[in-house]
Design a protein around this ligand. Structure first.
Ligand code: SAM
Ligand code: SF4
Ligand code: F3S
Length: 445
């Protein structure tokens, strides 16, 4: 019988990258991907632990798989990702339908574990932190992603321990992949048609790999990618304000392919709250980085993350966050109500009333979304350079992104996929720009 896997992914871009690599890996033992769960005989749920009720969501998903297979042969059911790491053997105890649980640093053991399960039917949990073996193993398996825009994880894990965050516990200690391993993977992707590479890390700008006594940093990776002719755009995510070093800031002078858009989470506009969060930077440090980058290139735009209602946040602290977003006018941002995550320091603090949290989120989002709409409106009647990614499903329109990662939807044709073309923007909303092509085949940038 043919082996077919269905992978469902939640969470951040790193999980999207991981799911692609999981697929590349299990193809080696004969699996092919199916987009239809009913046709699968292996179901992998790649989970995220950052939000409230993450664990319950997993059991709910498994319940749905059970329903799908009622009265039929059960698929192998695997829970991967950050909930798997955090909950490990608890999941096997609570839900007998789960066959094994595998954490993000153990994917090099996936094939062995599947084959072992096929033979011996032994349920298991694999949650070691073993990044070196994982990336050594994965680097020997071709990255088969052939999208116009592709991710590469260059750094994983975190040593910063912000008091609200589970990532240091689910992804383990900070680890940077070897420089040449990353460049080789980039070259594979570019050969398969990738035109934009997005370098990923929980603290991507803390990337540091020492090889033959030389230290390679994110700036070195950017400048090495810059020299690959077929590659058109470079991005990185997510950066930490404390690691925005001078060499990285200089890349905005020296690289033509590095896009002028930086996701730089601040979390709060109050120094008191940043201190309680253990962020180890002040609002002034953030503004200093922001201004230094704007000085180098005033076309650079920023997006950020905010946590509303962190324990101890008073009206005064919250107003400081509002003041910050009114001043810095982020192009877009993500804002979340504080969610106590099991095992983190802040989960032991007194929580703020839910009604106040919801009200604060609404007020903050109104300003953030309004900024976003105004910024997008400013593109109307102007030309933007779009890297064309694909034809849209069930529509006669094409999809791409401008320099600022904003979605652009326009008329087009297949020959434009993978090219950068000028699009005139006629309309916009909070999340997207709508336009028409000015010329059919011009490479604008
Ligand atoms: N490494 C990044 C940084 O330092 O900014 C952030 C990574 S985290 C996966 C993404 C975002 O989720 C954070 O920036 C934060 O805003 C949000 N987040 C993390 N833990 C949270 C929690 N317990 N409650 C609410 N939001 C949270
Ligand atoms: Fe989490 Fe980012 Fe803080 Fe690390 S730096 S603990 S990933 S929020
Ligand atoms: Fe979620 Fe893990 Fe990413 S908790 S946000 S999938 S690092």
């Amino acid at each position: 019988m043919s082996k077919r896997v269905f992978i469902k992914t939640f969470g951040c871009q790193m999980n999207v990258y991981d799911s692609n690599r999981i697929l590349d890996t299990i193809k080696k033992i004969g699996f092919t991907e199916t987009k239809s769960i009913e046709l699968s005989n292996c179901f992998i749920l790649n989970t995220c632990h950052i939000r409230d009720k993450a664990k319950e969501k997993v059991y709910h998903e498994i319940g749905r798989v059970k329903q799908n297979f009622e009265g039929k042969v059960k698929p192998i059911v695997i829970v991967a990702g950050c909930v798997a790491q955090a909950e490990n053997s608890e999941m096997l105890k609570r839900e007998p339908y789960i066959d094994f649980v595998i954490g993000p640093q153990s994917y090099h053991k996936l094939n062995y574990t599947i084959e072992n399960f096929e033979k011996n039917k032994i349920r298991n949990e694999i949650t070691d932190f073993d990044s070196i073996s994982k990336f050594d193993y994965l680097s020997k398996i071709k990255n088969q992603d052939s999208n116009v825009s592709s991710f590469i994880t260059i750094q994983e894990g975190c040593d910063k321990f912000c008091h609200f965050c589970v990532v240091p516990y689910t992804r383990g200690p900070e680890y940077s992949r070897p420089f040449y391993q990353i460049l080789n993977e980039a070259k594979q992707l570019i050969q398969s048609g990738t035109k934009e590479i997005i370098l990923l890390g929980q603290n991507v700008n803390a990337y540091s790999s020492v090889e033959n006594k030389k230290e390679y940093r994110l700036s070195d990776l950017i400048m090495a990618l810059e020299n690959i002719k077929e590659l058109k755009r470079i991005r990185y995510i997510t950066s930490h304000p404390r690691d925005m070093s001078d060499d990285l800031i200089d890349c905005y002078k020296n690289s033509k392919k590095l896009m002028p858009f930086i996701h730089l989470p601040i979390q709060s506009g109050s120094n008191k709250i940043l201190n309680l969060m253990n962020r180890k930077h002040k609002v002034e440090d953030y503004i200093d980085v922001y201004e230094r980058l704007k000085k180098i290139n005033n076309k650079i735009e920023f997006s950020s993350d905010f946590i509303v209602g962190y324990p101890g946040e008073t009206e005064k602290d919250f107003k400081e966050t509002l003041k910050l977003v009114k001043n810095l006018k982020f192009l877009n941002s993500y804002s979340f109500i504080f969610s106590p995550r099991p095992g983190t320091t802040a989960s032991n603090y007194d929580q703020i009333d839910k009604k106040i949290l919801k009200e604060r989120l609404k007020v903050l989002q109104e300003i953030l979304f309004n900024n976003q709409k105004i910024k997008n409106k400013s593109f109307e009647n102007n030309q933007v350079n779009v890297l064309v990614e694909n034809k849209m499903k069930n529509q006669d329109k094409f999809f791409g992104r401008n320099e600022y990662m904003t979605s652009v939807i326009f008329n087009g044709n297949e020959s434009l996929v993978g090219k950068i073309i000028p699009v005139k923007i006629n309309n916009s909303n909070q999340n997207s720009l709508f336009g028409e092509i000015l010329t059919n085949d011009v490479e604008a940038a």
